[in-house]
Design a protein around this ligand. Structure first.
Ligand code: SAM
Length: 224
């Protein structure tokens, strides 16, 4: 794989790819209060989004792709919603940790880049992609990520991005100007909807993870 497939800051990527970094990410969700809160909130939103899919007649799901899967934080929840869960991540270490913890029953694992997903168009019922977009360093890559998710999904996409209009980003922009801080890797919600529409998807939900303290938005898009 080339840098194009993993265009995060190299230090961050090395961290996710190392055994210590992967274990530390997993431990954060066990030990840190803010991680536990966001995990709980993400699960509640995911449950609501799957309920919405059921209402839309998409309750019986054959397959879900979870990319990037990380250590499998959401694997049990997603596995309970489909017959076949595909867990994929750029990091070998994350994928093997995930497989060690969750086994192969109804699951398959692979190393893959979310910027060039090695699957045909419309080959998976639902594609889920949590907490990757804000690591991608350019607008073009963040849009390419979205386009890949929409290409592979047959029925729906559930994706997070860091919203340009979130309070957290507005405050960051002030610090960018006044204190020379690095800008966040954001997307405008309207632009996400445009990319979705161009791929034939309608927006159903776009909910902030938290209005204060987080800029992440969880979106649900359904194929028209
Ligand atoms: C913050 S973690 C999120 C993991 C999981 N989705 C979660 O919410 O717990 C980011 C993950 O993205 C993976 N990653 C980084 N660049 C990637 C790429 N281009 N394609 C696929 N995975 C990537 C990292 O290895 C890491 O596991």
């Amino acid at each position: 794989m080339t840098d194009l497939h993993s265009p995060m800051q190299p230090g961050k990527l090395q961290n996710y790819n190392s055994a210590r970094g992967a274990e530390a990410y997993k431990a954060d969700y066990r030990n840190k209060l803010h991680r536990k809160w966001s995990d709980r909130r993400e699960r509640a939103l995911l449950a609501a989004y799957f309920a919405e899919l059921e209402r839309l007649g998409h309750g019986d799901l054959d397959s879900i792709l979870d990319l990037p899967c990380g250590h499998g934080r959401l694997a049990d929840l997603l596995g309970s919603r489909c017959r076949r869960l595909i867990e994929a991540d750029w990091s070998f270490t994350m994928v093997s940790l995930n497989q060690r913890d969750h086994g192969r029953d109804g699951r398959s694992y692979c190393r893959a880049s979310a910027l060039e997903i090695p699957l045909p168009d419309r080959s998976v019922d639902v594609v889920v992609s949590f907490r990757l977009s804000h690591h991608l360093e350019t607008q073009a890559l963040r849009e390419r990520h979205l386009q890949e998710l929409f290409r592979v999904a047959r029925k729906a996409v559930i994706v997070t991005w860091f919203s340009a209009t979130s309070l957290k980003n507005v405050l960051r922009q002030v610090r960018v100007v006044l204190a020379g801080k690095k800008p966040k890797n954001v997307l405008r919600n309207a632009r996400v909807r445009e990319v979705a529409a161009a791929a034939g998807f309608a927006p159903r939900r776009a909910t902030p993870l938290f209005r204060i303290g987080s800029g992440h938005v969880l979106g649900l898009f359904v194929r028209r």
